[in-house]
Design a protein around this ligand. Sequence first.
Ligand SMILES: Cc1cc2nc3c(=O)[nH]c(=O)nc-3n(C[C@H](O)[C@H](O)[C@H](O)COP(=O)(O)O)c2cc1C
Length: 219
Amino acid sequence: MGRLSPSGASLFSVFLWWSRERSPGQTLEKISYKVGYLVGSLSSTSINRLLAKALARLAPPELQLVEIPIKDLPLYSQDYDADYPPVARVFKQAIADCDAMLFVTPEYNRSIPGCLKNAIDWASRPWGQNSFARKPSGVIGTSSGVIGTAVAQSQLRGVLCFCNSPLTNNVEAYIQFKPGLITADGEVTDASTQEFLRNYMTELHAFIVRVLTVLPRTA
Ligand SMILES: Cc1cc2nc3c(=O)[nH]c(=O)nc-3n(C[C@H](O)[C@H](O)[C@H](O)COP(=O)(O)O)c2cc1C
């Protein structure tokens, strides 16, 4: 066997490093993703904000979760399209700065809370400047009711589909909230719910990687 040239030797050591570090399905680099989340509640005691806090704690380290506030947005009107007010510009820029979105929502009268729908309407306009286009997203929510926001989530999926946001299909998460389920710091007190939510975030991460690998944000 001939000797390796210096360049051959370094190629060989790169290969050794690659084969040690990389298992099937893994990328060489750990890429971080910024996930902006909207909470569909203006309540100061929102259980959905608690859920969002819990999800931030349980997320894989590659996901950085940041809340994008919606409470100061006025009611949307097409009259604003020619000149969005500063609060709406800041809101749209915050979404633009994120790689993906997470919607954490209550259900109001078997539908999407008005404040969340209003925020989505702001983000989707002006025409041609839809903030959600091709941005991957996940939907989740909690309520005291047994179906845990299933109807609101279903309707929200229709809206986000129209907004051209690639959506996670699996895992679906309809969380029935019981007093004490999540502490003020976002700690989940029930072990099986904690594991379920951790898995939800792991799946969300895998989905974001898949979508943005095929269709990078700059494409
Ligand atoms: C106007 C209104 C409508 C509601 N409608 C529903 C509903 O359709 N389904 C449900 O499970 N809970 C419903 N609830 C109860 C909410 O699940 C509960 O208030 C929950 O705390 C709201 O989430 P939040 O704390 O994050 O705001 C409703 C509450 C309000 C105030």
